[in-house]
Design a protein around this ligand. Structure first.
Ligand code: IPT
Length: 483
């Protein structure tokens, strides 16, 4: 009788220890709240719009072009916002001032702006129309205020101290008068003379006026950067792509393009990669490129190599001379959304029986990887940096794509993984494209020739700490993009 009571007590103790399993401890640098929120947006739109739109073959004006060229005939920022909503893009960044220095809002600090354009008799304000339209339709507004300014440079009196203050005033205007701004962009192009002390002053303004605003930083502004450049303008992140990087690599971008692209596993700073690319060859709209808009299949490839490589895609949709997103651009970006939604609608593992080799127990069950919940995840026990998770299906399924997500708040944990399939649960074949992968992070997507299998196995082969996997799934790519 005594023994029985003891066994009961032991049983309840073990059960409660199990359900009370502690969450894994974070490892290495971890994201701040802004960065987690930024990752969850996945795709952000870029709007390059300004004087360059009205010049032939110009994408970086020299600052001498007359302001009288700027005259959109049908500007409708609600049309931009509706396009983003249809494409499932939650945020857009407007070039309020690009390298030519022309300002899309009536700045009190320069004449080189919409005030001196024929548009709306000089009474217009593109930033206001943009921010109001986006806020009213529930899309986030963000702003690019180019650090490099060719128009200001034309003055014989130009010096960086005065320019620092000029830019600070403009940044204050943009971040004070137009409601919430979610990202600001410090383009490194042409900006080498702008030193870290200058950015220190500007960063203080961003953090004070809009604490939720993500800073895209480069070169001398890396110290304030929430996100980094990915090292190219093709929208292609590295493989691997770590969110961490040695912060010095960002300062010296020329010598470290590969590091920007791939990140560095043991980097000292958490500064994930943003992948910028234009839907057209140029950043600004030029009608001759109407026949060169990236197709849905090309955009899908970019999505899989940016969002699907632990990055965020910053996709440029340049408004045309009317001030509208061109119908081809919007059709293709909406097509991309359809391809994404169709592909990831059904995780073919969703009814699988899941078993893990090194479970943590408690609420960290292996089945959490297929439960679609944003709040649950699988974790192994603290002694395990490797694992094997087997998904057993009721019947064989055919798939040509997989997606995996780590719990980013806990840092980069897994550093080696492979995926195999089997039809008897004994003899396994590795998927060649999923062999010896390294980073996971927010999301990793792989595509391969169709495989039909009853069993799928995720092998975690290497790690800094026990795996914490949020989602694992296999999918059939949408007919819109599969060959
Ligand atoms: C490049 C800058 O050097 C880099 O800092 C970043 O701002 C990037 O642009 C954004 O695309 S310059 C470009 C001509 C490669």
């Amino acid at each position: 009788m005594k023994k029985q009571r003891f066994l009961f007590a032991l049983f309840f103790l073990l059960v409660s220890l199990n359900t009370l399993a502690q969450a894994p401890k974070p490892v290495g640098p971890t994201p701040n709240e802004r960065q987690i929120d930024w990752y969850n947006q996945e795709i952000i739109a870029f709007f390059h719009f300004g004087l360059n739109t009205y010049e032939e073959f110009v994408n970086e004006g020299d600052g001498r072009t007359t302001t009288s060229l700027f005259n959109p005939t049908a500007l409708d920022c609600k049309q931009w916002a509706r396009t983003l909503k249809a494409a499932g893009i939650p945020n857009g960044i407007l070039t309020a001032k690009h390298a030519d220095g022309f300002c899309l809002w009536p700045s009190a600090y320069t004449d080189y702006c919409v005030k001196n354009s024929p548009w709306k008799g000089g009474k217009g304000d593109v930033v206001k129309e943009f921010a109001d339209a986006f806020n009213s339709l529930g899309v986030r507004a963000s702003v690019y205020l180019g650090p490099h300014d060719r128009h200001e440079h034309l003055s014989p009196l130009y010096n960086t101290t005065d320019y620092r203050d000029y830019y600070a005033h403009q940044l204050t205007e943009l971040l004070s008068n137009y409601g919430p701004m979610w990202e600001t962009w410090w383009d490194g192009a042409g900006a080498d003379e702008l030193t870290t002390p200058i950015y220190t002053k500007w960063a203080e303004i961003v953090r004070r006026l809009q604490p939720q605003c993500v800073i895209f930083g480069t070169k001398n502004s890396y110290r304030f950067a929430d996100v980094r450049w990915n090292g190219n303008e093709s929208g292609i992140a590295g493989d691997p792509c770590w969110s961490t990087i040695d912060s010095l690599s960002i300062r010296d971008e020329h010598a470290h393009i590969k590091d920007l692209n791939e990140g560095q596993l043991n980097g000292d700073a958490y500064i994930p990669a943003e992948s910028d690319v234009s839907i057209r060859p140029s950043w600004f709209y030029h009608s001759e490129e109407d026949v060169m808009v990236k197709s849905v299949a090309e955009l899908w490839d970019i999505y899989c190599k940016s969002v699907g490589r632990n990055s965020v895609l910053l996709l440029n949709l340049p408004p045309d001379r009317r001030g509208l997103i061109h119908p081809i651009d919007s059709a293709n970006v909406v097509g991309l959304r359809k391809a994404i939604d169709e592909t990831f609608h059904t995780n073919l593992l969703e009814d699988a029986k899941v078993t893990a080799k090194n479970p943590r127990g408690g609420e960290y069950a292996a089945a959490n990887m297929i439960d679609k919940s944003p709040d649950t995840y699988y974790a192994a026990n603290d002694n395990a940096t490797t694992d094997e998770i087997v998904f057993e299906l009721n019947s064989p399924k055919t798939f040509d794509c997989l997606m995996i997500q780590e719990v980013i708040a806990l840092g980069h944990r897994t550093t080696g993984w492979s995926v195999d399939y089997s039809n008897d649960g004994k003899k396994w074949t590795v998927i060649p494209e999923a062999n010896n992968k390294q980073s996971i992070g927010h999301k990793w997507i792989l595509r391969f020739s169709p495989v039909t299998a009853k069993y799928v196995r995720l092998r975690i082969t290497k790690g800094k700490a026990c795996p914490a996997i949020h989602t694992f799934g296999v999918y059939k790519q949408s007919a819109l993009v599969s060959k």
